[in-house]
Design a protein around this ligand. Structure first.
Ligand code: SER
Length: 352
């Protein structure tokens, strides 16, 4: 079985072999973009290139970007710990084409990596394509559907609406139609009873999106209009923790070698067993998730320069430990038990 580190390396090696320069992750706290507080996607650090104001060379790049989704348009905070596949902080594996290849190659590369390199079963793979939007004046993405049809039968290619299949960085900024790759990890019996296609984007914890391929073509202006970008851009983002879970044959991200060492340490410190009581499990997952976010934040250099941010994180993750209740099952298993709602918690820029 591949370890998480080996899986990350294999992604980089694959795209390096396709002529991509391997780049470092940008910091999670954004310093120079007033439209965004935290890095919420791999494309953030390339925004200037995408908008045409920075040299795009080299035009093929790949990386593993640390992302934080706790506010704004992309906010997963409420799901964390309650389910087994959303995180505050996660790694996003991405490959980029700035005016080089576009839909055909992006789809073929994704397929080759998942099926030929990682040996995922094609029968477990479903993809979505943008169904189009009259409001935006954009037709269905027949082109992406055609490229997918080289690899998958028609009942594995599903139309998706603007909510799921038109990716936008925020209220303004680069955006475009996207094609998501979903993986069905249910048992053979469950698969025989219910077709996987009917469970895509239906919150089934075993039929989840693992990779999003965005065909960046527009810049959303503050008046809501779409302006064509100076070049076509490929922006892909794969959930590293979800990929690891699939490859390690687990049904939860927290059962992988990304999280198990932390969960076991929480268990040792607390004297509580993971897997015995769902409420305790949720609390342990929240702590493990937040601890990872804090660790990566500190590694990013956020202490002591941005101590307020770290204080927020520490308060969030430490709360279940310090709440003076005799049993964790009495603790509301979310950092919302101790902090104000996310909209107020994260709404203001954090002073230096
Ligand atoms: N920008 C897309 C996302 O964040 C793909 O990288 O999902």
């Amino acid at each position: 079985m591949m370890t998480a580190n080996e899986i990350r390396d294999s992604f980089k090696q694959f795209f390096e072999g396709k002529g991509h320069k391997i780049e470092a992750s940008a910091p999670m706290v954004i310093k120079d973009d007033p439209t965004l507080m935290f890095t919420n996607a791999g494309m953030n650090q390339w925004k200037d290139i995408i908008l045409g104001t920075r040299d795009p060379e080299p035009r093929r790049r790949a990386d593993s970007q640390k992302c934080l989704r706790v506010s704004g348009k992309h906010n997963d905070l409420e799901e964390v710990g309650h389910d087994t596949y959303h995180h505050t902080m996660f790694e996003m594996l991405g490959n980029w084409s700035f005016g080089d290849y576009f839909k055909r190659e992006a789809i073929d590369y994704a397929w080759e990596y998942l099926v030929d390199v990682l040996h995922l079963n094609p029968q477990d793979i479903y993809v979505t394509v943008f169904e189009g939007s009259e409001e935006e004046g954009i037709a269905r993405d027949d082109e992406a559907a055609e490229y997918w049809s080289k690899h998958l039968p028609a009942d594995h290619i599903i139309n998706g609406n603007k909510h799921d299949n038109f990716w936008e960085m925020g209220e303004t900024g680069p955006c475009g139609p996207c094609s998501e790759i979903h993986l069905d990890s249910r048992s053979a019996k469950e698969k025989a009873e219910v077709h996987g296609a009917s469970l895509v984007n239906k919150d089934n914890p075993q039929v989840i999106e693992i990779w999003n391929i965005v065909f960046m073509q527009f810049n959303r202006k503050s008046d809501g209009s779409l302006q064509p970008l100076p070049m076509h851009v490929i922006d892909t983002g794969m959930g590293f923790e979800r990929l690891v879970r699939s490859l390690q044959g687990k049904t939860s991200n927290y059962d992988t070698d990304v999280f198990q060492p932390v969960i076991q340490e929480i268990s040792r410190l607390s004297g509580l067993k993971y897997g015995a009581d769902e409420k305790v499990d949720v609390a342990m997952r929240v702590v493990a998730d937040h601890l990872r976010a804090v660790a990566f934040s500190i590694a990013d250099g956020q202490l002591p320069g941005n101590a307020k941010l770290d204080t927020l994180f520490v308060v969030s993750f430490a709360a279940p430990f310090v709440t003076p209740t005799p049993s964790w099952s009495n603790v509301r298993p979310s950092c919302l038990s101790c902090c104000p709602p996310s909209s107020t918690r994260w709404a203001r820029p954090i002073p230096n």
